[in-house]
Ligand binder design. Structure first.
Ligand code: SIN
Ligand code: FE2
Length: 211
């Protein structure tokens, strides 16, 4: 049944890097209510880069540790610097989806301990970067898109490698690891629009094993 109504396309975007179209659709409302519950305790905030710039993407986290940046650098922290409290626990629906998507992409036994929750409003963007604040690059990155569509840039191991432009829609999941674990990636400025469930924004959940 669900195959008829929710075709799940798989698109290879690199070596051990795959877009699983629609993989998160069945869980979308559960994911969205969990995001609201997380943001009620650990509000979205625009963090400051080590270079002193305010990021256009608003962020929060759940899990054992959360990714943060300030003038002193990037790192994973067990507590939310805004509230001083531990980050909200990772909801079961999050960990299950991330583990299932990772194994569908060929990475068995992925148990994330960190989930960065990104909130993009129209115009927000994320410039090319590598995810490299984690301790063990053998674990993949699992990235879930909800809300407005965006253009994901998926490049190579050098910043100068010309990135692929991958359109990401509500419910899409991207997994990258192995030889692609340290590829440069980013998100182009979000175009305005109105998503029926999410409104004028895009959420992204990025699952990682940080510790
Ligand atoms: C990220 O690289 O942390 C986010 C990617 C995305 O928003 O799709
Ligand atoms: Fe990233």
């Amino acid at each position: 049944m669900s195959d008829l109504f929710e075709p799940q396309e798989r698109l290879v975007i690199g070596e051990q890097a795959v877009l699983l179209r629609g993989r998160a659709l069945a869980a979308d409302s559960a994911l969205l209510s969990a995001i609201e519950a997380i943001a009620a305790r650990a509000p979205f905030r625009r963090m400051i880069t080590p270079g002193g710039f305010e990021m256009s993407v608003a962020m929060t986290n759940c899990g054992q540790v959360g990714w943060v940046t300030d003038r002193t650098g990037y790192r994973y922290a067990p507590c939310d610097p805004t509230t001083g409290e531990p980050w909200p626990a990772m909801p079961d629906a999050f960990a299950t989806l991330a583990g299932d998507a990772a194994s569908a992409a060929g990475f068995g036994d992925f148990v994330p301990d960190a989930c960065l929750v990104n909130c993009y409003e129209p115009g927000a963007r994320l410039s090319l970067h590598q995810d490299k604040d984690e301790q063990d690059y053998r674990h993949p990155v699992v990235s879930v898109s909800l809300g407005l569509p965006a253009t994901f840039q998926f490049g190579g191991l050098r910043r100068s490698d010309r990135p692929l432009k991958v359109p990401l829609a509500h419910g899409d999941v991207v997994v990258w690891g192995g030889p692609s674990r340290l590829v440069f990636h980013g998100v182009l400025a979000l175009e305005d629009g109105n998503h029926p469930l999410v409104g004028r924004r895009r959420y992204n959940l990025t699952f990682r094993r940080a510790l």
